[in-house]
Design a protein around this ligand. Structure first.
Ligand code: AP5
Length: 214
């Protein structure tokens, strides 16, 4: 099962990735998590990515494509994977196709911008695992702590409102064209394309995805 999660920043891709990983036993490939891990480790890639990410801009296609190509070649991805945050531009989607990486399902999360701005203000993350919470809509069992490790949760530096709005405008400009791109792929029989109402509560969104994926 090779799935792409497509949607604006904060639409719920990371949250539903946790559900899908558990349900289908496939690994999540989150380019955002991979870049944040590189920043934390102080690698060359991390140094290049940090300023770009903090400003809410996209990291270069070249860097990202190399990163994903390497990850998809690993053993645990041979039975399928869940792409979260990739592709994010037409050249990234083309690169995947040119490298012969087929996709079974594309799941688009439809959430209006104003809902996203409000969600991001309450997001808390566990940096080590990428697990995501919300202070109101998806709270951890113990306030401020990760459910599995008990470690402190943190606020992502790019969740400040002005940066979120910048990320949303980049989404509409550079990533939204992938909606038509993958709808055309689906029409040609290359994959299935599912649109999910991402404004529903977290469990409801999971149920909708499971029903549509079958
Ligand atoms: P990345 O980490 O991929 O961020 P993003 O795509 O902007 O998405 P988010 O992680 O912010 O949101 P999400 O959709 O996963 O929502 P979540 O589930 O957390 O990328 C960060 C940066 O890295 C980019 O800006 C870019 O610089 C760089 N980058 C990454 N990939 C790249 C690429 N391919 N090319 C170039 N650059 C790249 O949910 C958000 C909040 O809402 C949470 O608090 C959650 O609890 C809550 N929530 C979720 N679902 C619901 C619901 N149904 N109801 C109520 N609340 C909900």
């Amino acid at each position: 099962m090779r799935i792409i999660l497509l949607g604006a920043p904060g639409a719920g891709k990371g949250t539903q990735a946790q559900f899908l990983m558990a349900k289908y036993g496939i690994p999540q490939i989150s380019t955002g998590d991979m870049l944040r891990a590189a920043i934390k480790a102080g690698t060359e890639l991390g140094k290049k990515a940090k300023a770009v990410m903090d400003a809410g801009q996209l990291v270069s296609d070249e860097l990202i494509i190399g990163l994903v190509k390497e990850r998809i070649a690993q053993d645990d991805c041979q039975g399928g994977f869940l792409l979260d945050g990739f592709p994010r531009t037409i050249p990234q989607a083309d690169a995947m196709k040119e490298n012969g990486v087929a996709v079974d399902s594309v799941i688009e999360f439809d959430v209006p911008d104003e809902v996203i701005v409000e969600r991001m203000a309450g997001r808390r993350v566990h940096a080590g695992s990428g697990r995501v919470y919300h202070v109101v809509y998806n709270p951890p069992k113990v306030e401020g702590k990760d459910d599995e490790t008990g470690e402190e949760l943190s606020i992502r530096p790019d969740d400040e409102e002005a940066t979120v709005r910048k990320r949303l405008s980049i989404y509409h400009e550079q990533t939204k064209p992938l909606v038509d791109y993958y709808k055309a792929e689906a029409q040609a029989g290359a994959c299935q394309y599912l649109t999910i109402d991402g404004t529903q509560p977290v469990e409801q969104v999971s149920t909708l995805i499971a029903e549509k994926l079958g």
